[in-house]
Unconditional design. Structure first.
Lengths: 321, 331
């Protein structure tokens, strides 16, 4: 494997890790506030559809992005209503959202566009274009660093840079602000937060809303940056891989970045090489595909450190018993 | 259970209760969905053509999960639908389970294989059609490297890949064929993002013509190929129009004709095994105004010559489905 191939695999890693990272951060905010969310997949799918649909109709990818975030927020609101206000089971609500999104997107797409549950292909301003960072062209010939800057760092869409910028931002918001402290406290011991006179319900809704926005961006990235349009079930299980990454990352933003990059890297390797020959042992591509889940199980089993979920996760908050 | 499925289920129940479905044909679309712009959509177009020309009605269901295969077959058989047409190799086992219980109902499997008195097996010589588009790919390639992207890694798709690789080598023995499969689960038929990423990986390895035999995943392959300025080859349906001037050709598999013929014959149709090849125009390559500037006269002449030779038996294209081996491509 030469240097250029390594760069290409890493480039692919960044593209594949971005939707995982956004969805993982979305889940991070929600679960840190004590709301488990297995509806990440459904929200991404709904956002992918709405962003592609609105971008196709209006010709503006930014309107598409807003619409995608809107669709995802709507599903978040349903999840919040069911699991916070009505204290329903968060897992069931999440599953319902996944099914709702899987079915509704196709039916609505068929009704609007009559193209069999897909949106028209996006052209021109309907898609996010890759951005060339300053000096990328002129520095291209510098040995080693030039290609790294030109091929790997430059040339992604704005959503990729946004996703990466969101990692320190999430860390700062969660661990260095009053809001973050309260949000984490709500996930650990909501009664204490309530005693301090802060609204548990309000904080949890805020967390679920942030989750909705991030899932919306993730979905829009799939449909309007990586691809040019929506196809049914196009998230293809990425929401679940993001959940696995969240556990792997032990509910921490920086770990989330490394976990999703690792998972993205495994996918990129699996795409590039069908079977990997490790000095006599051939690793089949199926093993690479399964590796994210295997790693998550290993982490959960406590072999490599311990993944402890927020203590009040999954529990609806009841003021008085 | 998704929304769509509920609607279809409701429609099927409605048909049952009105009793109007007697001896109407039924069609079961495989997991790619009937609007995959490819294999299932071709079947759908055939059924629609039959319905339009005869004014007849047919029952349909789009499968959403593996578990529904047998269920759907039994439901249609109970309603009295005849014949029951199914698409996709994965229906073989469910049909062989069910067919014996409904001896008066005729089943059709397209791409599968079932040995039962009331089952018609329709196969296509995809390796021959793929051979032709492989030749075109090799002649259109400037880098002498061409790619193949398959959907789910199953023998049928390897048959496409193997025929394609043989065609490439026939036109240019020095050319390299890069082959990738999207996955090993049915979701590999519907993952355009992964298809697009595979396309980028193949482009970075030098491929400048890529053949996608991957159902809905192929949409992503064709999209990224068009974005990156290389040529692609569509499959099953004519996909030249998806990106005019950027899709070299499409390997046509006339599933629509097969479905149309079966539905026209109705419950009187003959059972057994039919293989549709180049001679029967069951497989072919697509030429239309979208790709006429991409295909040179020399290319077309060479392909036509090969086509005639295959029909005459002078060129033998190795069939992966027959011997589970491919001499020119390793998987």
């Amino acid at each position: 494997m030469d240097f250029l191939t390594v760069l290409q695999v890493l480039d692919s890693t960044v593209r594949l890790a971005t939707p995982l990272l956004l969805a993982c951060l979305a889940g991070l905010f929600s679960e840190r506030a004590g709301i488990f969310d297995i509806g990440l997949e459904g929200k991404m799918l709904a956002a992918a559809f709405m962003s592609a649909a609105i971008a196709a109709v209006s010709g503006s990818v930014w309107l598409g992005l807003l619409a995608g975030i809107g669709a995802s927020l709507l599903l978040s609101a349903i999840h919040g209503l069911a699991s916070i206000t009505f204290r329903g089971n968060q897992l069931i609500s999440g599953v319902a959202i996944n099914f709702l999104a899987a079915g509704l997107t196709v039916v609505v797409a068929q009704d609007w566009f009559q193209q069999g549950g897909r949106t028209p292909s996006l052209i021109g301003g309907g898609r996010f274009a890759p951005i060339d960072l300053p000096l990328a062209k002129s520095l291209q010939d510098v040995p080693v660093l030039g290609p790294i800057y030109h091929d790997l760092i430059s040339g992604h869409t704005i959503l990729v840079y946004l996703a990466i910028a969101l990692v320190p931002l999430s860390w700062w918001a969660l661990f260095r602000t009053r809001f973050g402290l309260r949000l984490r406290a709500v996930g650990e011991n909501p009664a204490a937060v309530d005693t301090a006179g802060v609204s548990v319900i309000g904080l949890r809704y805020a967390a679920v809303a942030i989750c909705g926005v991030l899932c919306g961006i993730a979905g829009a990235y799939l449909a309007t940056a990586l691809q040019a349009g929506f196809v049914k079930d196009m998230t293809a299980g990425r929401g679940y891989i993001a959940l696995a990454a969240l556990i792997f990352a032990k509910w921490r933003p920086w770990y989330a970045l490394s976990a999703t990059l690792l998972f993205g890297f495994l996918q990129a390797i699996a795409l590039r090489y069908q079977n990997i020959d490790l000095g006599g042992i051939v690793v089949p591509v199926q093993f690479m595909d399964a590796l994210p889940y295997i790693l998550t199980v290993v982490i959960l089993a406590g072999f490599v450190g311990k993944a402890i979920p927020p203590r009040a996760g999954g529990e609806p908050y009841v003021k008085e018993r | 259970m998704t929304m769509m499925q509920k609607f279809l289920g409701a429609a099927a129940t409605l048909a049952l209760s009105t009793g109007a479905a007697l001896a109407d044909p039924a069609i079961i679309f495989d997991l790619g969905g009937k609007f995959d712009k490819s294999f299932n959509e071709a079947a759908f177009n055939g059924a629609e053509r039959w319905a339009k020309e005869t004014g007849g009605k047919y029952l349909e269901i789009e499968l959403q999960s593996e578990a529904q295969r047998e269920q759907a077959l039994r439901r249609f058989a109970e309603v009295g639908a005849n014949p029951i047409v199914t698409t996709g190799f994965a229906m073989s086992t469910p049909i062989s389970e069910v067919a014996g219980d409904y001896p008066d109902t005729k089943f059709v499997t397209i791409d599968g294989y079932v040995d039962a008195p009331n089952v018609l097996t329709i196969g296509f010589t995809e390796h021959e059609g793929s051979f032709l588009v492989g030749m075109m790919a090799a002649m259109a390639s400037k880098s002498n490297t061409v790619g193949f992207i398959g959907g789910m890694d199953v023998p049928l798709i390897r048959k496409f890949a193997c025929g394609y690789a043989q065609g490439v080598k026939a036109a240019n023995p020095d050319a390299t064929v890069i082959s990738n499969m999207t996955g090993t689960t049915p979701s590999a038929w519907n993952d355009p993002v992964k298809g697009g990423e595979l396309t980028r990986a193949q482009i970075s390895q030098g491929a400048d013509v890529i053949y996608a035999a991957a159902g809905g995943t192929g949409v992503g392959v064709l999209q990224v190929a068009a974005d990156e300025g290389i040529l692609s080859i569509g499959v099953d349906s004519n996909q030249n129009h998806l990106h005019p001037g950027k899709v070299l050709t499409s390997m046509l598999k006339r599933v629509d004709v097969a479905v149309y013929n079966v539905m026209s014959a109705g419950d009187a149709m003959e059972t057994g095994v039919i293989t549709l090849g180049l001679a029967e125009k069951g497989v072919d390559y697509a030429m239309d105004e979208n790709n006429k500037d991409l295909v040179t006269p020399e290319m077309q002449a060479a392909v036509e010559e090969a086509k005639a030779k295959i029909i005459a038996g002078e060129i033998k294209v190795q069939d992966y489905g027959a011997d589970n081996a491919c001499d020119v491509l390793s998987f």
